[in-house]
Write a protein that binds this ligand. Structure first.
Ligand code: F6P
Length: 341
């Protein structure tokens, strides 16, 4: 059997760990052949594939990024896109495809699966917003990076008695903001799921100054003020129709200064959250996802995504996992009420 492996969408730490475990188990246990697809779906549009064997996945476990490259290419937005994808699969006699991606990449995998291509999905994203899995790999690393940044910002904020706003990633969901904000002891945590009230944010900031502490505000890039709109970097859209976010942190710092007359500055963590070596947990999760994904291929159990349920890896229908994003439950957000303000 010949299996293609593809990584699509924004990269995240742990992609290489999945590739490694898929190939190791696939070759050693099932005697499969592998081809790596370059740059996500783009590689199948352009017929750009490379051989993948045990030798080529040696030493990549701790490496961030993806040895296969990634892109936000959406075959459905290209002339005859799905047809070209299928042609490449046929030309290389690929019997099955392991697709490692987030909502967009796995959404395309769902469509291909509907059209009869044998696909198994693996959920990745630092945003942790893929449904039907407790966690995606990459998230733990991003939370660790953001938490360390918040720890560092506390001391400088206190030296200067100023408010520091930390903008983290999270387009539709505030998982990184909530986890890192709580782990880092932030006073205000703003998530896309809950439009925020600027007066309340300023009151929480002032309360902190009043007890002689410097406030730390963590804001997800997709958070929106109740009386306002999403702040975007520019008007351009990617092939999945997403705008480029970032800017809410700077806007918030300016508003805080204007309304409280306190000095407020912004740190945008950006792609630092996506780069570098994966945490031990992400290597563990990515490795398990890879082992179970290739087992699903061997079982002929296609149209499925591997997922974490408690401590078990299970298989769920790809269509269920990609039907909607997994967002922060309001009850979970409210659990930390005592720390806000
Ligand atoms: O999809 C994950 C994500 O990290 C989002 O939180 C963020 O909006 C986006 O990627 C940024 O992607 P890009 O690197 O393509 O600008």
């Amino acid at each position: 059997m010949r299996v293609g492996v593809l990584t699509g969408g924004g990269d995240c730490p742990g992609l290489n760990a999945v590739i490694r475990s898929v190939v190791r188990k696939g070759v050693q246990e099932y005697g499969f052949d592998f081809l790596g697809v370059r740059d996500g779906w783009l590689g199948l549009l352009k017929n750009d594939v490379v051989p993948l064997d045990v030798g080529s996945v040696r030493g990549i476990l701790p490496r961030g990024g993806t040895i296969l490259g990634s892109s936000r290419t959406n075959p459905l937005k290209h002339d005859n896109g799905l047809h070209r994808v299928r042609e490449t699969l046929t030309a290389h006699e690929m019997d099955a495809l392991v697709v490692i991606g987030g909502e967009d990449t796995l959404g395309t995998a769902t469509e291909l699966s509907r059209q009869g291509v044998d696909v198994v999905g693996v959920p990745k994203t630092i945003d942790n917003d893929v449904s039907c899995t407790d966690f995606t790999f990459g998230f733990d690393t991003a939370v660790g990076i953001a938490t360390e940044a918040i720890d560092r910002l506390h001391t400088t904020a206190e030296s200067h008695m100023r408010a520091l706003v930390v903008e983290v990633m999270g387009r539709h969901s505030g998982w990184i903001a909530l986890h890192a904000g709580i782990a880092g002891g932030a006073n205000v945590i703003l998530v896309p799921e809950r439009p925020f009230d600027l007066d309340q944010v300023c009151a929480q900031v002032m309360r902190r100054f009043e007890i002689n502490y410097a406030p730390i505000v963590v804001v997800a890039e997709g958070a929106v003020p109740r009386e306002g709109q999403l702040i975007v970097k520019d008007q351009s859209l990617d092939e999945f129709g997403h705008v480029r976010l970032s800017g809410i942190g700077e806007w918030l710092a300016q508003e805080i200064t204007a309304r409280t007359h306190k000095d407020a500055r912004t740190t945008v963590l950006g792609h630092i959250q996506r780069g570098g070596t994966p945490s031990a947990f992400d290597r563990w999760l990515a490795t398990r996802f890879g082992l179970h994904a290739i087992q699903a291929v061997a079982d002929g159990d296609f149209g499925r995504m591997v997922a974490l349920e408690g401590t078990r890896i299970v298989r769920v229908p790809l269509a269920d996992a990609t039907a909607q994003n997994k967002v922060v439950d309001p009850a979970l957000y409210d659990e930390f009420e005592v720390f806000y303000g």
